[in-house]
Unconditional design. Structure first.
Lengths: 92, 196
């Protein structure tokens, strides 16, 4: 199983939690998680945001589940960086 | 659990709503007790049991009214907010913290709205309870209860002043003037109707 080290997500979220809380909660999901959040658009009740999350070993399922728990929804995965697990090779 | 509750309160801005309900219904509770006690005072009622029963009845009615009315109105309001948010998000938020807040926060606000008049009423009635147990040495129970009611009105005004950032003494005195006006009205009504 490859290790995810970086993802860029297009997310729609409610105004609450605010962007600082939203990003902080995602950063708290794992060790050495680094989160960059850019607001693309502000509507009446929602924010369209671009999330860039980096880390040594991202738990992608935990990230999407937590985004949904905070009321957000992932519209698309725009970018990923993955690397192979040390000592493991793909079986042909 | 408390961290979670605090997060839900922040998420739904429930602190300011609960504070508003606390002051509104607390004021209702204090003025109702003040009205009842003034009624007893001007009519010359002597029976402590009668006073306690009447005031407790009023306090329990305020508690039930506060509990149920706040729950009904707040749960409808929160459901409506959640529905509008779901429409904007074009998805169900059933498993989100927003849905959890919409379920829990009305209960919390209902508790604040119910308990604020009940607790303040019980504080006001303390001298009557103490007098009933012969523990209020030398003090007239009815007048002491009236003084506590006026003090609590003043303190509610001070609290309002702190919330609004206005001078606490002025907001406290303003609340006290309302309580004094209520007492004068009851006194005038008693004199006009000549009820004994």
């Amino acid at each position: 199983m490859a290790i995810v080290t970086h993802v860029v997500l297009d997310v729609l979220k409610p105004h609450q939690p605010n962007v600082l809380d939203f990003a902080s909660q995602l950063a708290d999901l794992g060790e050495n998680y680094s989160v960059n959040l850019v607001v693309q658009e502000v509507d009446d009740r929602t924010h369209s945001i671009i999330l860039k999350i980096s880390g040594d070993h991202l738990d992608f399922d935990a990230i999407t589940q937590h985004i949904e728990a905070m009321g957000g929804s992932v519209h698309s995965i725009d970018e990923v960086d993955v690397k192979s697990e040390p000592g493991k090779q793909a079986v042909a | 659990m408390f961290t979670r509750l605090r997060y839900l309160i922040e998420l739904s801005h429930a602190y300011s709503i609960a504070r508003r309900y606390f002051i509104t219904n607390g004021f209702d509770g204090v003025l109702t007790m003040l009205g009842l006690l003034m009624g007893f005072r001007v009519s010359g009622a002597q029976s402590l049991e009668l006073m306690i029963s009447a005031c407790l009845g009023g306090a329990v009615a305020l508690f039930m009214s506060g509990l149920t009315s706040a729950y009904i109105s707040e749960s409808a309001e929160k459901e409506n907010e959640l529905h509008k948010l779901e429409q904007s998000m074009l998805t169900s938020l059933e498993d989100s913290t927003h849905a959890e807040a919409a379920r829990l926060i009305p209960c919390l606000i209902a508790l604040v709205n119910g308990f604020s008049p009940l607790l303040l009423a019980l504080l006001i009635l303390t001298p009557l309870f103490l007098a009933q147990q012969q523990l209020l040495a030398g003090l007239p129970p009815l007048d002491t209860a009236l003084a506590i009611a006026l003090l609590l009105t003043f303190l509610l005004g001070v609290f309002l002043g702190r919330v609004s950032g206005r001078f606490w003494l002025w907001t406290g005195l303003r609340a006290l003037i309302i309580a004094a006006a209520t007492s004068v009205l009851i006194l005038l009504l008693h004199l006009l109707l000549g009820v004994k």
